[in-house]
Design a protein around this ligand. Sequence first.
Ligand SMILES: [Zn+2]
Length: 292
Amino acid sequence: MPEGDTIFRAARTLHRVLARKVVTRFESVFPAINRIAEDHPIVGRTIESVTSRGKHMLMNFSGDLLLHTHMRMNGSWHIYPAGARWQRPAREMRVLVGTADAVAVGFNVPIADLLTPQQLARHEELRALGPDLLADAGGVDGRSTRTFDRDEVMRRMRAHDRDAIGDVLLNQRTIAGIGNVLKSEILFIAGLDPFVPVRGLTDADLRRVIDAAREQLAANVMEPSQTLHRSIGRRTTRSMDPNATLWVYSRGGKPCRRCGTRIQSRKTGVDARLTYWCPRCQPPPSSLSPAR
Ligand SMILES: [Zn+2]
């Protein structure tokens, strides 16, 4: 599943290529979108900006209309020079925005709608989003009007005090932008057992895990010139070894990079996503035995 930093980077790339360009081609497989586009054509409008909010992407057109998409598990946006061959089959195209020199294609995007700014403001899922970890990461133009509110995240976490910290980190209504890979990595960095309920953690624990999350997401959206690591994808360890990019994620049964203990893994949640952790580096608080 794409995480907040992946969507952020995709939005930034789309913004660079599409902003201030006029739409010359618009297609979608969504009947609701096509009905709106028939009455309020997208072709001829200017793309004003492409931004992200948590894992939602917003493409803003002139004339107060915007395309909202969410990738869920399998969706992705690609951008190609006009006329270039796509890297995925055309049948996976769900929505397409073309300009004179480029085409942005949303493949397998499960959720897409055309909204007015008023509808966006009332959008239930977007309104309910917790503070965005990348809120002040610079935005697409290097400017941001939002700042990240750590106290608000802590308040929302405390409202789920019986839930395991690992589940709370994935709850986009508590904090927006964390997916399954970063969840395991952030908990390792913060030294927290993924299955401990929030009520078993101190404020200092919560601050540590939130700060680790912000640091990791920010590191993953840095400009290529600011980091040597872009070409080899996500990494959290700061190791220069390209084979040592993650601390625990997908490393079940392998020795912990810090202490050598075997990394554990377990399926959790409704969609049985795997959680990875080191039982020695991430011990449960002594007063609590986590519900495993
Ligand atoms: Zn360890």
